[in-house]
Design a protein around this ligand. Sequence first.
Ligand SMILES: [Zn+2]
Length: 226
Amino acid sequence: MSLTRKKELVKEKVVRSHGCRGACIRCTKVHRLIDKMAESNIPIGYWFLNMKEFKGAPKLKEIVDDYITTISDKYMDGNSICFAGNQGTGKTMSSICILKEAIKKGFSAHYITASDILNEATDSRHSYNLKALLRDVDFLVIDELDSRFFSSDNAKELFSGIYENIFRFRSHNTLPTIMCTNETDGILSVFHGQSVQAINSLNKQYLTIYPVVGPDFRKQQVKHAS
Ligand SMILES: [Zn+2]
């Protein structure tokens, strides 16, 4: 079973639960959205979640609602933001809701974690295509920008070089990047080595950091359910 197969199963389920024969306008639209979300690397578990059912930090919902309603301006301005907060505040879901809105508006979008950037960008079989994609895509989410995923200063340094290259290109071309980190003091501890100073000044100039601290809302949900 591959993710492609799973995607097809999800599409079949959409039709089944709609009760049509599959070629109706609604299901065709949903199927097209599914293809785009899969192409954008959005994890399947987030495909059908939306901000209306959002259970995370209320402040996050406000920021996302604002971003979404003015998404075309955000694209033109290249508005880059970073959600910095503890686990369970809804950062991943928020960032993905922005991507889904971008897709619906016809923009290209891509979701990736910081550790996947490091793994894939240092693998010569994919590195060229991936870097080009991450530089060019209209809306990019970099999730889990957390120092715990980088086992050594060496790994951090390697990642820092890649990050600087991608984020500099995107910022200078006014392309929006959305980042999420569990580092509540900001993302500087993720970086190491020669690029740190340059990254520092890039982030200062182009990145708005939103601290989102709060209880782990996922735990609360479980508590309420029991
Ligand atoms: Zn249908």
